[in-house]
Design a protein around this ligand. Structure first.
Ligand SMILES: Cc1ncc(COP(=O)(O)O)c(C=O)c1O
Length: 401
């Protein structure tokens, strides 16, 4: 048995392994934050891949420049200009191997052991694992219905906290489904500018807006203090492992240098497929259907929750993406309840692992990406039954309360 590096013990990630492992047969699973395969543009990609292999193999099958193929980068600059209202300069953009790699690159470029980084409470498990692995001191700042509570961050900064960055998922957040309000966005960039703190914005779910346009990205509001991680996992398909980083040129240059130490370039075939698909209007053709699918799923789940959850259970009302966040009444623990839920044929992710340190025992995350509308209705009914039964066992609980 080799002596593994110290960082292997810092990462954690048991919960993520469980999520990726899936649920037993017969269980209606609301665990994985994976996009629905019905949104994968297989027919179009079939033709594009065949054409690339026939006509462009020398580029598509070759290594690419570290920051991405020039044509792909041009296309991304155009796409970011179209979707975010601001066009990055060439030096402000790089192609990454997905959003998660961007998080790893930011750690490599910015985090020394013991450095403070701020996250939302709760936040994306993969980010917590990456920051732990980089030996960061993770400071969690509370959220409410409007996203990160900027005033709470302000208090921490006023008290002397000097984080390397503030990591935030401003829309349809993982795990809560919440969106940072426009006023909060303005306040956050103003605050971070004043204190010279970088904002690390993760826009993983932004393209899946189905309840109206989200507020402007933090990067478009303040390109001088924001690094943005984007991913094509939710808007194209996760198997392509592609994303981007946009931010101040000096930061992007360091991220690019860090990528030279990992995979050296994102896969050329995926980059060229993305470019061809994007230039042919694939996103404009396919994203509306994906948004409609998730909106329909949410309508079914929201209806099921309203019908079947006992009083005292609260949930967020996302306007995009495919995640919602439940808070159970006092006295219940979502981790302890999970075996009952699985026995009843429904599964979810307990909320506690999305918090750094203590907290979240009464919370849980539901993903409505995969199950159909009728399945989501049944899943809500099963979960409602599990919560009701558990409440009946809480000594102080008044039935119906
Ligand atoms: C908030 C957030 N950021 C980043 C990622 C990672 O995305 P990718 O598949 O591009 O690595 C995810 C994946 O679920 C996510 O939820």
């Amino acid at each position: 048995m080799p002596e593994f590096a110290r960082r292997t013990r810092l990462r954690g990630g048991h919960e993520l392994t469980t999520i990726l492992a899936g649920s037993p047969p017969g269980v209606l699973s609301m665990t994985g934050g994976f996009p629905n395969p019905a949104t994968f543009p297989t027919d179009e990609l079939d033709a594009i891949a065949a054409r690339l292999l026939r006509d462009d193999a020398a580029v598509a099958m070759q290594y690419t420049p570290v920051a991405g193929l020039p044509g792909v980068r041009d296309h991304l600059l155009d796409r970011i200009a179209a979707t975010q209202g601001r066009r990055p300069d060439g030096g402000e953009l790089m192609v990454t191997s997905g959003g998660m790699e961007c998080i790893a690159l930011v750690c490599a470029a910015l985090v020394d052991p013991g450095d403070a980084v701020v996250v939302e409470a709760p936040t994306y498990l993969g980010a917590i694992m990456a920051f732990n692995g980089a030996e960061a001191e993770i400071v969690a700042v509370e959220m409410d219905a409007d996203g990160l509570v900027v005033e709470a961050l302000e208090e921490r900064l006023a008290a002397g906290l000097r984080p390397k960055f503030v990591y935030t998922i401003p829309e349809y957040q993982n795990p809560t489904g919440r969106t940072l309000s426009l006023d909060r966005r303005r306040a956050l960039v103003e605050l971070c500018r004043r204190h010279g703190v970088l904002i690390f914005e993760d826009v993983a779910y932004r393209e899946l807006a189905w309840g109206g346009e989200p507020p402007p990205t933090l990067w478009s509001l303040a390109p001088d203090v924001v690094v943005q991680a984007g991913t094509f996992s939710k808007s194209f398909f996760p198997g392509v492992r592609l994303g981007w980083a946009v931010g101040p040129a000096d930061v992007v240059a360091e991220l690019t240098a860090a990528k030279g130490n990992t995979d050296q370039c994102a896969g050329g075939l995926g980059q060229r497929m993305l470019e061809e698909y994007g230039r042919a209007g694939g996103f404009e053709r396919h994203l509306p259907a994906a948004r409609e699918l998730y909106a329909g799923h949410w309508a079914a789940l929201a209806d099921g929750l309203a019908r079947h959850m006992p009083g005292g259970v609260a949930w967020t009302e996302p306007t995009g993406g495919f995640l919602t966040w439940l808070t159970l009444p006092e006295g219940l623990d979502s981790t302890a309840l999970r075996p009952d839920a699985i026995a009843a044929g429904v599964s979810y992710v307990p909320g506690a692992p999305f918090f750094v340190g203590e907290g979240g025992a009464r919370t849980l995350r539901l993903s409505f990406s995969h199950l159909s509308g009728p399945e989501l209705a049944t899943a809500a009914e099963r979960l409602g039954g599990v919560v009701r039964a558990a409440l009946d066992r809480v000594p102080t609980h008044t039935p119906g309360g």
